[in-house]
Design a protein around this ligand. Structure first.
Ligand code: PMP
Length: 448
């Protein structure tokens, strides 16, 4: 037996015995064993290379193993691996400055966390303390993380197994022209009705009881839901009128994903709190955080903030953030993401939709796209029902298998494929990915 096969067996055996995996029935999964990764690719122990159109979980914005970031982490590890969060330390100050300079408006103070859900938890806590109000509103079509408050704010089906009815969460419908709950004809009308629905929900809940409205700037996990023009500005206006804190969750879309440093820039809105994670370090070391407006920072200027994390602003993570932001700036990764969307991914995916009847809609921007797969383009009946599993989900499973066989690692969610390669993917790899997709869409077309 060769050493690769030995290594594979060792990894798989220990994984099966001792690793408890997220979101899974432990005995029903068979995870791929990954041997290495570089740029837009990773590979297994059997020599299969995959073009990663999922960017891990939409976080390797500069691809795998960027040498400058790997070197910066190693150099920091040689100097100082860690120091308690209460101290001022050069890389932490520098990471905060670089982030604050890129966030919109007066979001100039950064509270560091280890991940996205913790950012959401802390943003909600800040909003409740700032307003003295208990409730938080979020969209049904949303994902905000898997800790207790974040999963209850989450609108999608992952909430179901966790639905402990955390007091004070109120869900509402955001705009979604393709599958509108408002039956509107145009995007402008959809936007207007969604804003009216939100306003009514606020009024009927009692504005004096609502601390915050939290939104993903572009809904990520729920399907790359690009807000219609005017929606985010309208939510900002509702928040201002009722003294509600506006939280934008940019955990998935921050740091170049939509062709801007932060997605809010696309619509010229400034929230009161902005959550980030993922792309800030391209995931090389876990880091997240909340960017805080001056008004909310002022609340905690002379009153202690009752929250903290042992690893808040971890030194290695901050070194990774400084290096990642440096690479993104030097190599024009944000601009590249915008160009790739406008010139390659957008036109390429729309061309696939013309050839394949099972593609009901293409939507996205930058390096963040989704295809809605349908059984009937007229009725828009989804290829698989909401929250499908097992046999019901077979058409999507077969599609995923065809993509993997072609060498593309997909991000599939419900009846959609999300297309989220690294923000710095090459034109050649975009073309290759589109070709693999083209071939695999024959599988979904067969269900029409
Ligand atoms: N918010 C959004 C918008 C996300 O996409 C995610 C993760 N996919 C989270 C929060 C939670 O982040 P984490 O898994 O790092 O806690």
């Amino acid at each position: 037996m060769n050493s690769d096969a030995d290594a594979l067996r060792t990894v798989k055996d220990a994984d099966r015995k001792h690793v408890f995996h997220s979101w899974s029935a432990q005995e029903l999964i068979d995870p791929l064993a990954v041997a290495g990764a570089e740029g837009s690719y990773f590979w297994d122990y059997e020599g299969n290379r995959y073009l990663d159109f999922s960017s891990a979980l939409v976080y390797t914005n500069i691809g795998y193993q960027h040498p400058k970031v790997a070197a910066a982490i190693a150099e920091q590890a040689g100097k100082l691996c860690t120091v308690a969060p209460g101290f001022a330390v050069d890389v932490r100050s520098e990471a905060a400055r670089l982030i604050a300079e890129r966030t919109p408006g007066d979001l100039d103070k950064i509270f560091f966390t280890n991940a996205g859900a913790e950012a959401v938890e802390n943003a909600v806590r800040m909003a409740r303390l700032h307003t003295g109000r208990p409730k938080v509103m979020s969209a049904y079509r949303s994902y905000h993380g898997a800790t207790t408050t974040a999963i209850n704010l989450t609108g999608d089906a992952r909430r179901f197994g966790n639905d402990t009815a955390t007091a004070g969460v109120v869900h509402f419908w955001g705009p979604f022209p393709y599958r509108s709950p408002f039956y509107a004809g145009s995007e402008a009308e959809e936007c207007e009705r969604a804003l009216r629905h939100l306003e009514d929900t606020v009024v009927f809940e009692g504005p004096q009881s609502i601390a915050a409205i939290i939104l993903e700037t572009v809904g990520g996990a729920p399907g790359v839901l690009v807000p219609p023009a005017g929606y985010l500005a309208g939510v900002r206006e509702i928040c201002d009128r009722h003294g509600i804190v506006f939280i934008l969750d940019e955990v998935m879309v921050g740091f170049g994903r939509t062709g801007k440093w932060f997605a809010a820039e696309n619509w010229d809105v400034t929230p009161d709190l902005l959550c980030f994670a993922k792309g800030v370090t391209s995931g090389y070391v876990p880091l997240g955080g909340v960017a805080i407006s001056s008004a909310i920072a002022e609340t905690f200027a002379r009153r202690p903030y009752p929250g903290g994390l042992t690893y808040s602003g971890h030194v290695l993570a901050c070194a990774a953030a400084v290096a990642t932001i440096g690479v993104m700036a030097e190599e024009g990764v944000v601009e590249q993401s915008a160009r790739t969307g406008a010139e390659l991914l957008g036109p390429g995916l729309r061309a696939l939709a013309e050839r394949h009847p099972s593609v009901g809609e293409v939507r996205g921007l930058g390096t963040f796209w989704a295809l809605e797969l349908v059984r009937d383009a007229g009725t828009r009946e989804p290829l698989v029902p909401y929250n499908a599993s097992g046999a019901e989900n077979a058409p999507m499973a077969a599609f995923g298998a065809a993509l993997k066989k072609g060498g593309l690692w997909p991000l599939l969610a419900g009846n959609r494929i999300h297309v989220a390669p690294p923000c710095n993917i090459s034109a050649e790899d975009v073309a290759k990915g589109l070709e693999i997709l083209d071939g695999a869409l024959a599988v979904t077309d067969a269900h029409m």
